[in-house]
Design a protein around this ligand. Structure first.
Ligand SMILES: Cc1cc2nc3c(=O)[nH]c(=O)nc-3n(C[C@H](O)[C@H](O)[C@H](O)COP(=O)(O)OP(=O)(O)OC[C@H]3O[C@@H](n4cnc5c(N)ncnc54)[C@H](O)[C@@H]3O)c2cc1C
Length: 421
């Protein structure tokens, strides 16, 4: 399969073996777009993958829950990233605020819902690299390294114009070009956006004590400070800070940074040593007014984005992809894209709006000094820790919305396996 393919470059334009017309065009080559391209190819569809190289190495890690891992397994990439990943067996929330109303600690154990692990924490860069290697091996995917500049749709197809000249057409398009999506704008889907006085600092660190597969999310007045396990005595960290504090923290000496992290971790993992570079990611939210139009479906952060609380963002994006592929297949294939778009819009609304609203409410409750908001947050977490059926429901819904299991079975088929086996 792989030997037939040449890597196209933006400068040289379209290599001779590439076509102009495809079953599916995937615009955007981040994690969502890469998974979308492989998922579409796995259905036997020809795919134009419009994916300029990313602007920087991605130092983040992503906690992917079991149905997302099933999808990676189905696409044949999970075994290659598993060694760099660590299972998530316990997710713990500790109130690190100094507020009047503080929440009790809450721990969620995967064993309570009969799973070996909720999922895995995966470093983004190795996952991205493995996805690119798999894409370059696929005879059904042609990669275009030049960005989309404009697009329009007719009743029969989507027309996509690229920066270096070529026009690509497809029966259906998956817009995965992120928050500032050109394709979403070109087809006239508007978005609602809002921002928070927060940036996320991300880094990896080693620690003296073992983490036992536990992720601890400290709720602080600036937002969550979340440690997530990596293989060995190592973890990743997402540290929400005020944007004006970013530069001062980045300028700390390594010793001072190590001490700051250990203090905020309340030394639960002993002494820590930060590894490599620290990256800052601004935090904001968006939701699209619809998740598809005509022959185009929005997947990943093109349709929704929110702060990294409770490991939801990419998991939600991968559920978009599973639903998009299922809707197109059930409609009769890419030729029937308008019908698939209507189904996709209906199926995705509840999951996307409830997750976006839930994360927004929790984040605002953390940042707010108002007593009613504090009471809401503390009361909600107290109820979770005191009422076992509520906690079980929260864990199951946090993993997979009930209705999703059907689509997951459809897309992953028998390749879907329970985590940790
Ligand atoms: C600090 C942090 C931690 C997170 N942790 C988690 C977690 O633990 N679990 C979880 O589920 N989620 C997590 N998330 C969310 C997750 O990282 C995102 O949902 C995910 O990375 C979004 O991927 P995407 O492919 O949709 O978007 P992007 O990564 O933004 O990709 C969009 C792509 O489109 C390309 N593009 C842009 N314009 C064009 C154009 N005109 N033509 C062609 N291509 C274009 C870009 O170059 C880019 O490659 C976290 C987010 C942050 C900020």
């Amino acid at each position: 399969m792989g030997g037939l393919r040449k890597e196209p470059t933006a400068k040289r334009g379209k290599p001779e073996h590439m076509h102009d017309h495809y079953d599916i065009a995937v615009v955007g080559g981040g994690l969502a777009g890469s998974v979308a391209a492989l998922s579409a190819a796995s259905e036997g569809w020809s795919v134009a993958f419009i994916a300029p190289p990313p602007p920087r190495q991605d130092g983040r890690t992503t906690a992917l829950l079991s149905e997302s891992i099933d999808l990676l397994a189905h696409l044949g990439v999970w075994e290659a990233v598993k060694p760099a990943s660590a299972p998530l067996r316990t997710m713990r929330i500790l109130d690190g605020t100094k507020r009047l109303l503080r929440a009790p600690p809450v721990s969620f154990h995967s064993s309570e819902i009969d799973l070996d692990a909720f999922g895995y924490n995966i470093p983004n860069q190795p996952l991205f690299d493995v996805l690119q290697a798999e894409i370059s091996q696929s005879a059904r995917i042609d990669r275009f390294g030049s960005p989309l500049v404009d697009a329009d749709q007719t009743a029969e197809r989507v027309n996509l114009r690229l920066a270096d000249g070529p026009q690509v057409t497809a029966l259906a398009a998956l817009a995965a070009d992120g928050r500032g999506s050109k394709l979403r704008d070109a087809i006239g889907i508007t978005i609602k956006t809002w921002s928070y006085p927060q940036s996320a600092l991300v880094m990896n660190f080693s620690h003296r004590l073992g983490h036992a597969g536990t992720s601890t999310e400290f709720h602080t007045e600036q937002g969550p400070f979340t440690q997530v396990p990596l293989p060995g005595n190592r973890s990743s960290l997402i540290w929400s800070v005020k944007p004006e504090d970013v530069d001062a923290i980045l300028a700390l000496s390594r010793e001072a940074l190590n001490a700051a992290v250990e203090t905020r971790m309340h030394s639960i993992l002993g002494a820590v040593e930060v590894e490599g570079a620290v990256q800052a990611w601004p935090l904001s939210s968006l939701i699209a007014e619809s998740f598809g139009r005509g022959r185009t479906l929005l997947v990943g952060e093109t349709g929704h984005a929110f702060p990294p609380i409770g490991a939801q963002g990419l998991n939600l994006g991968l559920r978009d992809i599973m639903q998009a592929i299922g809707s197109i297949r059930d409609a009769g294939g890419p030729q029937q894209a308008p019908e698939a778009v209507r189904d996709f819009n209906r199926q995705r609304r509840l999951d996307v709006t409830t997750r976006t609203a839930g994360v927004d409410l929790l984040n605002r409750a953390l940042l707010s000094s108002s007593l009613p908001m504090q009471a809401l947050r503390a009361g909600g977490l107290a109820a979770l820790s005191a009422v076992p059926p509520l906690k079980l429901l929260a864990m199951r819904e946090g993993m997979t919305p009930g209705w999703r299991k059907i689509v997951n079975r459809q897309v992953c088929g028998s390749a879907g396996k329970q985590i940790g086996r």
